[in-house]
Structures are given as structure tokens and as C-alpha cells.
Design a protein around this ligand. Structure first.
Ligand code: ZN
Length: 158
């Protein structure tokens, strides 16, 4: 394992031990439940919008270290971002975990880069993207999400 991969590993373990924004949000505008049946991960993401900005975001759930740390890092990263910026981050994150990003691009992802290693483990991609799918659904005003059927699809174009 390279030093960088070891650092990424440490970030994941830290967020798993001490998940950030791990709480219910009674005054949230929306919340969405997400589940990943393949691994057993369950997450609820709460979202509070102020105009087009993510004023607050939180989550709670049970699951593996990857799903929990990914949700934790996500809440830190998107808080204060606009809805458009959040959608853009979702697209980038998805590109990274499905292995469509170069090493250099991954290094521009900040703390999110810690999850980039899952691209080598197709089952873990669903764990890492679960909270993001829930957040996107919350932004879109949608309901419950399941990552079944999501993942690196070789037939998917650009
Ligand atoms: Zn998982």
C-alpha cells in the first residue's frame, strides 16, 4: 500500500469511528432513506435548504465502514454548497468510485478522494455511493433509494 493509500485508509477509519453530522434533523426540509441490500447498509440523509444552498445536512444509519465514512465525508463537503455545486460533486464522486477518473483528477477531490480506492471493489462502490444517492434524491424531492442495479456498468457510455 502506498503512503497515499494508507492516508486514505486512515481517513475512512477515522470517519467510521467518529462520523460527522451523525444526527437526526427535526427541522429538515427533506429526508430520504437509502439502502444497499447487497451489503446491508442503511442510511437516512436529512437536508435543509436555504434558497439554493445546502444550509445543513446530516445522516444516521447502520452499515459498513465504507458506507458510514462516505456519508460522513459527504455531509462535511456539501454543507454550504449550492445545489448546483452539490450535483456536480455527485457526478464527480460517481465518476471517481466507478473508476473513470485519473489519479491526478482524484487528487483534486480533497477528502472525498479517500473513497476513490473502492473503484477496485465493485461491491463497495454501492456502499460508497449510497448516501450520495440519498442526498441527490432529497435534492430532487424524491423518495427512498436503493443502490441495487447501480454500479460500474461497462456498457454505460461517457
Ligand atoms: Zn457496505
Amino acid at each position: 500500500m502506498s503512503n497515499l493509500e494508507a492516508l486514505y485508509q486512515e481517513v475512512i477509519l477515522d470517519h467510521n469511528r467518529k462520523p460527522r453530522n451523525f444526527r437526526e434533523m427535526p427541522d429538515a426540509d427533506r429526508h430520504v432513506d437509502g439502502r444497499n441490500p447487497l451489503c446491508g447498509d442503511q442510511v437516512t440523509v436529512w437536508l435543509k435548504l436555504e434558497g439554493d444552498k445546502v444550509a445543513d445536512v446530516s445522516f444516521k444509519g447502520v452499515g459498513c465502514a465504507v458506507s458510514k465514512s462516505s456519508a460522513s465525508i459527504m455531509t462535511q463537503v456539501v454543507k454550504g454548497k449550492t445545489v448546483a455545486e452539490t450535483r456536480e460533486l455527485f457526478e464527480k464522486f460517481h465518476k471517481m468510485v466507478t473508476g473513470k477518473m485519473t489519479v491526478a483528477e482524484r487528487e483534486q477531490m480533497g477528502s472525498l478522494a479517500a473513497l476513490g480506492g473502492v473503484s477496485q471493489f465493485p461491491l463497495r462502490v454501492k456502499c460508497a455511493s449510497l448516501a450520495w444517492h440519498a442526498l441527490k434524491s432529497a435534492i430532487d424531492g424524491g423518495g427512498e433509494v436503493s443502490t441495487e442495479g447501480d454500479g460500474p456498468a461497462p456498457t454505460q457510455g461517457a
